[in-house]
Design a protein around this ligand. Sequence first.
Ligand SMILES: *Cc1c(COP(=O)(O)O)cnc(C)c1O
Length: 394
Amino acid sequence: MSGAGDDRHLKPASRLVRGGRRAEWTGPVVNPPVWRASTHLYASDAERQAAGGNNADGQFFYGRRGAPTQWALADALTGLEPQAHGTVLYPSGVAAVAGVMLAVLKPGDRLLMADNAYDPTRSMATGLLARLGVETTFFDPRDLDGFAALVAGARGVWLEAPGSLTFEMCDVPAIAALARDAGAVTMIDNTWASPLGFAALDRGCDIVMMSLSKHVGGHSDLMMGSASAGKRWYAALRRVSHELGQVVSPDDAALAARGLRTMGVRLEAQTRSALRIAQWLEAQPQIARVLCPMLPSDPGHELWRRDFTGGCGLFACVLASDDPAASARVADALQMFGIGYSWGGFESLALPIRPADYRSVMPATDGAPALRLSIGLEDEGDLIADLAQALAQV
Ligand SMILES: *Cc1c(COP(=O)(O)O)cnc(C)c1O
């Protein structure tokens, strides 16, 4: 769905509230209604034929092109992303990764992928993309000279900042500029920061994707992904999405839009708690290292401060223990943190992680026991007390 209304001059908090709520979609109510529809009916066959020849966004045609519920969500997301012309919705974040890759890459192309990309994204490169004849080279995104030496001849560059599990920052504008000079397309997974925390297209990326299952949904009850881009890449994303027959359910789109309205205040609260908890963890004898670019002590902090306007509740810590089972013992001892995948919900989660399993060229955490925490909206003092009693057990 392209276009983003006339709210570009407003601050993000206002755009979160107003986005996608066009009068022609909402009618007299506040939220765009849930249009459950496969068939769109036409008043006459002449109207059907006219609709078929009109490939524009925001036109009734057939359920696979969505209806106002999905259009409103896509429109609101476009409005949050400076420089975006349009947004495509996908049934999951991983489906969005696939949609972006297939819009950019063809057999014979070379892809450069940041080594700290999300594990299923890495698997897509070594699996699906390899089978299609795309060759992937993993690189350390902190090493600009190393990247500059690799980029000639690459068709695409895949970034994630901060990276999954280990949260290293990279210089996105510098990498995107080198890629552009070399004729490569820069794609970025911006799930961690969301457009509220990092304006990826504005900072030189060509396509930005997000798992909406995390911050946008925000309530651990839906799966969805998105990709936004300027005019040229939006057209390519949309075409491939139509070719693959991808569509999201109107019920989930309505839930995601509802989540979006409160994303700003949730992220602010979660960022504040996460920072305090990360600082508290840093001072605990059972913790060797906290991996979180929002911390002044983090090696990525300067880049984060320079380029990002916000954070979130997700970070990791490495335990000062050589017992590989220590992170599972801490997770089991926690009372207020669920053990589970995903993150960005209203509830806190803890996940024992082994980043070294998902790295080719970057040093991970040397196999030391580590824990990823997603800080929710609970009282931060209660969460710290829970962490204290759980850490006391290792
Ligand atoms: C969860 C996640 C995804 C995938 O999203 P799903 O909606 O779970 O398919 C992609 N990238 C990152 C960084 C994620 O954390």
